[in-house]
Design a protein around this ligand. Structure first.
Ligand code: SF4
Length: 507
């Protein structure tokens, strides 16, 4: 056995969920510097930067969605993989107990959360043997919002705004541009993409995700792919999707491409989209003891440089203070682009709560309420009360089939989430006097600090991420991106970036 293996893997998990690797930090710092001060993009990036600093300082999860833990392990010939797999699983369960990982493993048939991130298929662990006498463990934590924006194309095909994508590198280029455009802010842009050309549907996605283990600043050893990566990065940021899909200068911080052989009849292009909270680290372990010999992607002897050299999110004086519960007149006065600071009562509700509300009355009075699409990391304290460790917004579009009805039936006045919602919700906002507020995706530490207290919880049987938490918040910032007058920033940015996509088709 390898005595320190468990401790080393646990340390890897905790470091990965709390501290972004230096290459991602550098890319995000450059992104922040490139967006003009005072814009929505700059405000979002300032909150993101502050969140990165808070997470590292407090060893808290950068984003409340700690994702699907995916381990790539290389071991010497003869290593006991069965034992190592068990140790990795136990380390994942321990990190979950400590509130470093959110319980994210849900039975696909019953919807029951296992509570410890263990279950069929979770975590994902891939082993490979190699000739070296050391163990290499790499981990990526990729959340659901960005996972849902992955895309797979079967060429040739017609793409909106881009026309025909042929079985050529030019066709691949169109697919990648389309994937970034289609993601808009739903995957918490600016993101990075791992791409695989070829393979079958399964191996293509796997190899695409593996590309996310490359650093953002490396150069592809295949010159043809290096050229394609460079050409994507040279043009994609003219799309104007911007941080959180608010519009802006940076939509993508990295593009990494690989190729696999394919069947003559198939030509798949698989795109794995990762968000700005691009959590990926690794360790090299002594094969006998399991102790960490060195870190991959980071150098612990170099101090972490804070993302911000000043206080972080600063008020401009133009913010609108909202006190919940909200009245109809307050909400109808809001317009797309307004930055609001919410104080008072807020209820969380995501997929399971919306499904519940379609069948049964709410466990609390939602009249005038602020409903937050959020699945927090909640930890029960020894005294029996709850602490929220991480509480950023989840992707709202999943609630599109229900949201309008929930607003109508129960009098919800504000929905807070990320990535925007569709026409059914927009119609309900207009009809009933409500707004959609876009919080900054992934800013889980920042928003956890806006929570003054946890007043209660309903529907805890749905699991902690899906339960309805009753929170009192103070100065919780969010941007009005869909108002009660029928305006949607998301529709505007999608249309403008679609026109830009047409221009790029011709480049
Ligand atoms: S930053 Fe956004 S997309 Fe990424 S894991 Fe968090 S919520 Fe999901």
């Amino acid at each position: 056995m390898v005595p320190s293996f468990f401790d080393s893997v646990l340390e890897l998990i905790i470091r990965t969920t709390t501290d972004l690797p230096p290459d991602v930090r550098a890319a995000m710092a450059a992104t922040l510097a490139s967006e003009p001060e005072g814009t929505r993009a700059s405000q979002a990036l300032t909150i993101i930067a502050q969140n990165i600093d808070l997470a590292a300082a407090a060893e808290g999860a950068i984003c409340q969605d700690t994702g699907m833990p995916t381990f790539e392990v290389k071991v010497p010939v003869g290593a006991n993989q069965i034992w190592m797999r068990q140790q990795i699983r136990e380390a994942v369960a321990e990190a979950t107990r400590r509130g470093k990982l959110r319980p994210n493993s849900v039975d696909s048939i019953t919807g029951k959360n296992s509570g410890d991130n263990l279950g069929p298929g979770t975590p994902i662990i891939h082993f490979e043997q190699w000739e070296k006498d050391e163990i290499d463990v790499r981990l990526i934590l990729k959340g659901g919002g960005c996972e849902n924006t992955n895309a797979q194309y079967a060429l040739p095909m017609e793409l909106p705004h881009l026309g025909r994508a042929d079985r050529s590198l030019e066709g691949v280029r169109k697919c990648i541009l389309h994937a970034v455009w289609q993601a808009q802010g739903k995957g918490c842009s600016p993101g990075a993409v791992g791409v695989c050309i070829g393979g079958d549907r399964t191996s293509g996605y796997l190899r695409a995700k593996e590309q996310l283990f490359r650093t953002l600043d490396d150069v592809n050893p295949d010159e043809r792919l290096a050229e394609l990566e460079a050409s994507i990065m040279a043009t994609v940021n003219t799309l104007g999707v911007g941080p959180m899909g608010f519009g802006g200068r940076v939509s993508l911080i990295g593009c990494k491409i690989a190729a696999l052989n394919r069947l003559p009849a198939s030509f798949f292009v698989s795109v794995a989209y990762d968000c700005w909270a691009f959590r990926r680290l690794g360790v090299v372990l002594n094969a006998s003891t399991g102790a960490i010999e060195r870190w991959l992607y980071r150098d612990p002897s170099h101090p972490v440089i804070p993302m911000l050299d000043q206080a972080g999110f600063r008020r401009s004086g133009r913010e609108i203070a909202l006190q919940a519960p909200l009245g109809e007149a307050d909400v109808r006065a809001l317009e797309v682009g307004d930055l609001v600071l919410i104080s008072g009562r807020m209820f969380t509700g995501r997929d399971a709560v919306h499904s519940y509300l379609m069948k049964q009355d709410p466990p609390v009075d939602l009249n005038g309420s602020v409903l937050y699409h959020c699945g927090p990391v909640a930890v029960k304290q020894e005294a029996g009360d709850w602490r929220i460790n991480a509480a950023g917004p989840t992707t709202s579009i999943r609630e599109e089939p229900y949201q309008g009805e929930v607003i109508r039936r129960y009098g919800v006045r504000a929905v807070v989430g990320k990535g925007g919602m569709g026409p059914k919700t927009l119609a309900a906002l207009r009809e009933h006097g409500a707004v959609y507020l876009n919080a900054i995706g992934g800013a889980a530490q920042f928003y956890a600090r806006c929570i003054e207290r946890v007043d209660g919880v309903s529907l805890l049987e749905l699991g902690t991420p899906e339960a309805m938490w009753h929170l009192t918040v103070r100065d919780f910032p969010a941007i009005v991106t869909m108002d009660a007058h029928g305006n949607s920033l998301h529709t505007d940015v999608e249309e403008q970036s679609g026109r830009q996509l047409e221009a790029l088709a011709a480049v």
